[in-house]
Write a new protein. Structure first.
Length: 148
């Protein structure tokens, strides 16, 4: 009988080890995505800092760029010749803009969101940033000049 009890205990231990149960994933809600305004602010601070340090976000910074921007938009910007910076909608930028990025409360509709971003006290430039969720993560999908 001792051999049978040992055999059953050993078999049960092997079965438990082979099929671990993650108690946290069973009871905890999924991790919430960062809100769109947090994504936009983080992107612009990183982007302006990169450009200020002469780091091309489309070359050396591409891994980080992909965290913030949809692949569709990256490809679109890469193949388009522009006379102004796409994300700033301006031909000029200033290092201090990194510290003064202001993002409006976004308008969220399902898996899309839109926010207005300004970079200085004068409110210029002013851009409208559209985001969409990809795999539960907010990413920038379009940037246009925002009219006052």
């Amino acid at each position: 009988m001792k051999h049978l009890a040992f055999g059953l205990s050993f078999t049960l231990a092997i079965a438990v080890a082979a099929f671990p149960v993650n108690a946290q994933s069973a009871s905890a809600p999924p991790k919430a995505a960062r809100p769109p305004e947090v994504v936009v602010e983080g992107f612009y601070k990183w982007y302006i800092r990169s450009v200020s340090q002469n780091i091309d976000p489309f070359k050396k910074g591409k891994a980080t760029l992909r965290k913030y921007v949809t692949l569709k938009l990256i490809r679109e910007v890469e193949k388009t010749e522009l006379d102004a910076d796409y994300f700033l909608q301006s031909q000029e930028w200033h290092d201090e803009w990194e510290k003064s990025v202001l993002v409006s409360k976004p308008e969220v509709r399902g898996t899309t969101a839109t926010a207005i971003v300004t970079f200085n006290a004068e409110g210029y430039p002013r851009v409208r940033v559209s985001l969409k969720q990809e795999g539960g993560v907010w990413k920038i999908d379009k940037v246009r000049e925002a009219r006052s």
